[in-house]
Design a protein around this ligand. Sequence first.
Ligand SMILES: O=C(O)CCC(=O)C(=O)O
Ligand SMILES: [Fe+2]
Length: 279
Amino acid sequence: MSAGPLETPVAFVADHESLLTKGYTVRPFTDPGSLGEIAGVCNDVLGRYGFAGDLTSYHERVPDRETHLRVVRSITDALHAGAVLERLFRPERDFIVSLLGPDVMVQAAPHLRVGRAGEETDGIGLHRDSFYGSSAYHLNFWFPLAPLPAGSGIYLAEGTHREPSLRVRDQPFDDSFRSTVKRGSLAHGLGFVYQPRTDDTIAALTPDRLTLVAPPLNSFVVFFGCMVHGGSNAGAWTRWTMDVRFSNMNDGSAVRPGYFREFSRGVVSRVAQAFAPAA
Ligand SMILES: O=C(O)CCC(=O)C(=O)O
Ligand SMILES: [Fe+2]
């Protein structure tokens, strides 16, 4: 790593420091009004299924996992069909550009995660996104849509973003639902992994290295997708969160074509694109 000082816009110094040293930072949304709209979309779809009511008590109304996965798919589709995520993140552009440069890509179909109280298998265990094709340039913006229940959030292993991921290997699934998740399946499309993996860091990780990060409503945590992380809901309510990945062009990742779309383009890249449209 370069030993030189961080060259950081003054408004973002603390965030850049925290990302460098810990691997994550928590910030308030500049314009959190869109979060209310997102919750509104969730409520509308729940109403169509006959599950209208408070988001946090959703687990009391949905009868089984199959219905639950269909509900999450429908809400996710409704969110992708509108421009509300674009409206939420457009005001964060300066911050995002300060991290990734002027040519920024955004995940085209971000994940909505709905973890029912008491259903451990609604979440995914500790992993690095780099196990599944992400590169070290991928930054995950993770945020709640409703207040997080106590004991719920995202576990982050500070410092693991700067630890090489050695001896990545497949692991057996430890439960009957997750072992049925196949590439391209409904659950896979909702962010469940099709193959659990581990590496030397996770195999040796002691619980004291994990921090449960629970950003308050109207704020988000940004973390490196390559760091060790995993969702958790040990709380008494349903946990409603979203995660959106940002990256830059030429990030060396192995995600499928169309996984990202353009978020912002700087002047040099615009000229290059006009000069040679394939650029
Ligand atoms: O929120 C979760 O349960 C998992 C999130 C995650 O793995 C991610 O954002 O990459
Ligand atoms: Fe992840």
